[in-house]
Design a protein around this ligand. Structure first.
Ligand code: PAP
Length: 314
């Protein structure tokens, strides 16, 4: 990580959420000195090599990453765990972030899991499309992008931040979170730019990039899971559908089940399993945003997404 430290001095800096500062790199804000950081992005660009059979899940933080990781892991590995006793399924004993790692965390391990990974290798990332290593872009692999209503992302990130924030920074107020978010300042943000680039790529490469929303996944879970399975090359057979295999995966990966499994323990030191499970609902923002805050975010969203077919069901 230290190898990239000297580059930070030349970058624009802003107030951070979980960490003291965020740095602007290739049009996006990144924290420093830990996983999911500017150093991770640089190290990945330098060393990571994608395989054409890889599957990537890309999200802005707090857009449903944990849920999507669970669903994709369960879908792709369903035959592997078909005959094991149901209680030994990894998702019943382990956090989805362990089952399906993020490259920004793996890159700093002594032996990253992807070194000997069986095909297809499954990875997640919060890295903006424009900063992904060329090998991911050019390898022809499949990528699922999941986005969520910005107001719920803001609220979710606000809570996550106050659970994990450096103690020296004190608690963040919601007003502070709102101000930073609406200026685009958040790790991997601006939110709108992150979404827009992946949306554009999904239109240009529909066979390689699938664009989903958390809201559709919540409202229409079974159909979205079937669509996801087909896109990834693991469609459900008629027999599986008749036997309730889709519903089984939906239940296994549902908020109720995963939040129960992850009540205790840690993903790693300082990162409790339960920090990824809060409400799991669409529209919790109504409990936090004033009318004025809501109006401002609506205006920004309308302006940024103008002419694009990006909307969030309620
Ligand atoms: P990450 O990007 O840091 O990995 P991510 O999983 O995207 O976090 O965000 C957590 C959000 O997903 C939480 O939303 P909330 O704060 O509004 O409640 C969390 O509750 C929600 N979440 C986690 N697992 C599920 C699930 N199985 N179904 C629906 N929502 C979920």
């Amino acid at each position: 990580m230290d190898k990239y430290k000297h580059r930070l001095a030349t970058l624009r800096k802003e107030k951070g959420w979980i960490t003291e500062n965020l740095y602007m790199y290739k049009g996006f804000w990144h924290q420093s000195g830990r996983r999911f950081s500017i150093e991770a992005v640089m190290a990945i660009q330098d060393t990571f090599k994608a395989h054409p059979t890889d599957i990537y899940l890309a999200t802005m933080p707090k857009s449903g990453t944990t849920w999507l990781k669970a669903l994709v892991f369960a879908l792709v590995k369903r035959n592997q765990y078909k005959n094991s006793s149901i209680s030994t399924h990894p998702l019943l004993v382990t956090n989805p972030h362990i089952c399906l790692p993020s490259i920004e965390a793996e890159i700093f391990r002594n032996t990253p899991t992807y070194v000997d990974g069986v095909s297809p290798r499954l990875f997640a990332t919060h890295i903006p499309y424009t900063s992904l290593p060329q090998s991911i872009i050019k390898s022809g692999c499949r990528l699922v992008y999941l986005c969520r209503n910005p107001k719920d992302v803001l609220v979710s990130m606000f809570h996550f931040t106050n659970k994990l924030r450096d103690k020296s920074l004190g608690l963040m107020t919601f007003e502070e979170a709102f101000k930073l978010f609406s200026k685009g300042i958040m790790n991997n943000g601006p939110y709108w730019d992150h979404v827009k680039v992946y949306h554009k790529i999904s239109l240009e490469h529909p066979k390689n990039v699938l664009f989903l929303t958390y809201e559709d996944m919540t409202i229409d879970t079974v159909n979205i899971v079937k669509r996801l399975a087909k896109f990834l090359g693991y469609p459900f057979t008629k027999e599986e559908e008749a036997n309730g295999a889709v519903q089984e995966i939906v239940k296994l990966c549902g908020f109720k089940n995963l939040s129960e499994v992850n009540k205790h323990g840690n993903v790693r030191e300082g990162m409790p399993n339960d920090v990824f499970f809060r409400e799991g609902k669409v529209g919790d923002w109504k409990n936090y945003l004033t009318n004025e805050m809501s109006r401002i975010l609506d205006e920004i969203t309308e302006e940024k997404f103008h002419g694009l077919d990006i909307s969030f069901r309620t």
